[in-house]
Design a protein around this ligand. Structure first.
Ligand code: FEO
Length: 398
């Protein structure tokens, strides 16, 4: 448990056990499920934790309140990593008012077979709850990241309880003062993995948050943010408008016997020699896909390099491109490299898969390798690198 302020305590839990968050994202540094207890004339708790940690969470509440019951449980999001212990809570504290919107209560009945009556307090967008000095205002944030999501602003402590927004994978030292550099990689993996599709909805939330007098952001995953809040908000604005955060080239490749990988490495070396600010290689068959997805969104240029396979592309490249497109991949400079020993067609397929991505610029020098690099294909890769550098120079990026 960690005190955020004298009267705000994070009573959440740390999960070092989960192998794949949401059944798909690697979390080698674990993940936290944050829940907050706010002490005032009336006691308020915000959100719960994954059900595997229900007893630890309830025991955290008991350590603070002893025999007392909380007055309110605010539910901001019904995804089970946060809502999984609600039923256990209601059974232990039947008199506590459960505060949320109608969509939350609908989902609550879908997730749990709750026999006992729930002491509900239904709120609407912009309504407030007074618990003494603390005044909580509920701001609905549909699709950040589910339709029922709302965030909560406490004007007394100037705290935004931001639900999934500003959340990160990873477990951070409790006393660390978190700057953007400490947060950005795990936050980007979280954002682009889980929320990126909903840029418009994140923009709508940022507009609601903009007028607030803000000193603290308490997400339901990751550290409490207390310093340089404008920097975190600026990054969320960049990401949710699909603006490229950094200049550089991501080379995502899928190889069978190493020849396509050699071509990817060859391009990377030339780009580095020519002064490209960042070159990042991802073997999409083996890398952490959430990191590759995040980098493809964060950097200005992506080169896709794939073998031809079953008259299509590598299944790993197919999944990777699909993962980008379904998240509204856009605003990129894109290059293509294909390899095929008798009928190469990967460039055509990759272009087809990406053709509905908005505001894309295709690099003209597409590379076609027949089995292995040779003098001719090396020359084409040089031309591709020159074109990338030329575009960056013209855009005054170098
Ligand atoms: Fe961390 Fe959308 O739940």
């Amino acid at each position: 448990m960690k005190k955020i302020k004298e009267d705000i305590i994070n009573i959440g839990v740390y999960d070092y056990e989960v192998d794949l968050f949401e059944g798909q994202y690697l979390v080698p540094n674990g993940i936290s499920y944050n829940s907050y207890l706010v002490v005032d004339e009336q006691i308020t708790i915000l959100d719960s934790v994954d059900n595997r940690f229900a007893q630890e969470w309830l025991s955290n509440i008991e350590k603070i309140l002893q025999d007392k019951s909380p007055d309110y449980l605010i539910i901001q999001h019904m995804e089970p990593d946060h809502s999984g212990s609600i039923h256990d809570f209601i059974q232990k504290y039947p008199s506590t008012k459960v505060v949320s919107n109608t969509k939350v209560f609908t989902m609550m009945n879908q997730f749990f077979d709750i026999k006992e009556p729930i002491n509900q307090l239904i709120v609407r967008d912009g309504e407030t709850l007074h618990t003494g000095k603390h005044i909580f205002t509920f701001l609905f944030a549909p699709m950040v990241h589910w339709p029922e999501v709302m965030v909560t602003y406490d004007s007394h402590s100037k705290t935004l309880f931001s639900a999934d927004a500003f959340g990160t994978f990873g477990i951070y030292p409790e006393d660390a003062v978190i700057q953007v550099a400490d947060w950005v990689q795990e936050a980007a993996r979280y954002y682009f993995g889980i929320v990126a599709k909903y840029g418009l909805q994140v923009q709508a939330l940022l507009k609601k948050v903009a007028p607030l007098d803000l000193e603290i952001i308490c997400s339901i995953h990751g550290p409490t943010l207390t310093h340089s809040l404008t920097d975190f908000i600026h990054l969320y604005d960049t990401w949710s408008t699909y603006t490229n955060e950094k200049e550089g080239v991501v080379i995502a490749y899928a190889s069978a016997y190493g020849h396509t990988e050699k071509a990817a490495n060859f391009l990377a070396t030339i780009l580095q020699e020519k002064g490209c600010p960042s070159v990042i290689l991802h073997d999409v068959a083996r890398c952490d896909s959430s990191l590759a997805i995040a980098n493809a969104f964060r950097y200005s240029t992506v080169v896709f390099a794939s073998i031809t396979y079953n008259m299509s592309i590598s299944p790993f490249m197919n999944t990777f491109i699909h993962s980008l497109v379904e998240r509204n991949f856009q605003n990129k400079l894109i290059g293509l490299i294909e390899n095929g020993s008798w009928a190469p067609c990967a460039n055509k397929i990759m272009k087809y898969l990406l053709e509905n991505s908005k505001k894309t610029t295709w690099l003209q020098n597409q590379v076609c390798i027949h089995s292995a690099l040779n003098g001719m294909t090396k020359k084409t890769i040089h031309q591709l690198a020159d074109e990338i550098i030329d575009k960056m120079t013209k855009n005054q990026l170098l």
